[in-house]
Each structure stands twice: as C-alpha cells, then as structure tokens.
Design a protein around this ligand. Sequence first.
Ligand code: HEC
Length: 181
Amino acid sequence: MGRQERCSLASDLASSGIFDRSMLMISRSYRSEKGNEMRISLLLLAVGVCVIPTGVKTQDHTITAVATVKQLCEGMITASSDAIFNVGRDVPSNDEEWLAVHNSALMLAESGNLLMIGGRARDAAEWMEMSHELVDAGVAAVKAVEARDIDGLLGAGDQIVVVCEKCHEPYRDGGHSMPIR
Ligand code: HEC
C-alpha cells in the first residue's frame, strides 16, 4: 500500500469515526502512564504520516522486454508452432507427449501477448490485431489438445500459419521467406 493510499485510508477511517475512536483508545491507555503529553505526540505522529510528501521512490513495475521480435519469433514462436504443425505427422501417443504439445500451445498463445507488450508492437492497430489473432489461434490449439482432438489441432495449425504470414507480409519481408512446413 503506497503512502497516498494509506493516507486516504486514514482519512476514510477518520471520517467514518473509526480512526478517531481507535486513536482515543491508544491515547487513553498511554495517558494513564504518562499523561497528556504522550497523547499529543501520538496524534502528531498520526498526522505526520499523512503530510510527509511522497519522497519514498515507488517501485517501478514496468515490463522489461528481453527478447526482440526476431528472437521471440525464432526462439519461442517457431519452436512452439512447429510442435503443433508436427502433430499431423507424429500423433502424440501418451500423456507425456500430449503434455509437451499442450505446453507448446500455451507458449504459442502467450507469445502473442508478448508481441503486444514491452515496446514490441510496431503500431497500435494492425500489429495488435494480428498478435491477438496469434493468441486466439494458440488458444484454439490449447483447447484441441485438451480435447485430444487431432483434427481440431490440425485446424488450429492452419489458423496459426495464416496468422504468421499475415503479419510477415506487411512487417517483415512480404511473407515470401516464410518456410513452408
Ligand atoms: C504480429 C506479427 C508477427 C506474428 C504474428 C509472427 N511474426 Fe514472425 N516475425 C515478425 C517480424 C516483424 C519479424 C522480423 C523481425 C526482425 O527482423 O526484426 C519476424 C521474424 C520471424 C522469423 C525470423 C526470420 C527472419 O529471417 O527474420 C521467424 C522464423 C518467424 N518470424 C516465424 C514466425 C512464425 C512461425 C509465426 C507464427 C507461428 C510468426 N513468426 C508470427 C512478426 C510476426
């Protein structure tokens, strides 16, 4: 909780009367030992919490992009989409293999989110739309894996290829070097 929030909480409590009452209780218990002086300093302390300016540096929670778009595409997106494209040739035959395809589908879907954040987006319109489409295609793959639906998974694979090409066309190289797998 930041200092500002604590202050507004304190003033909320004060206006609701709860804060005043609890302060009185605290001060009363001190008064019996040290008298009025202690009560005054406690009240000043409470006021002090609110009037000190926000000199304490608030923590920076902005996203730190680590991989470039090219690195994301090569390292994460290609590997995870390959795992889905390969299902037609190499049908998963046990839980472990299904789990691997599931992880790849999740990674692919999330990589669409990564394309949208950390300053990677090339614009605020088409790029975002296509990245969303990659998330959607990844989610279709995730659902097909969960249903162990090979046809559904191949359909998701087709959807994924279209998204890759759709984005490479304007933003990379006209889409011509997209390797056909
Ligand atoms: C939202 C846009 C977008 C989507 C979706 C996208 N890519 Fe990319 N991809 C790019 C851009 C832009 C580059 C070029 C990056 C650079 O060179 O800075 C790139 C580069 C690549 C590269 C590196 C090739 C090279 O020589 O530059 C590969 C491989 C790649 N993408 C594969 C894929 C695959 C596979 C998919 C789909 C599963 C995909 N990408 C989806 C935007 C996208």
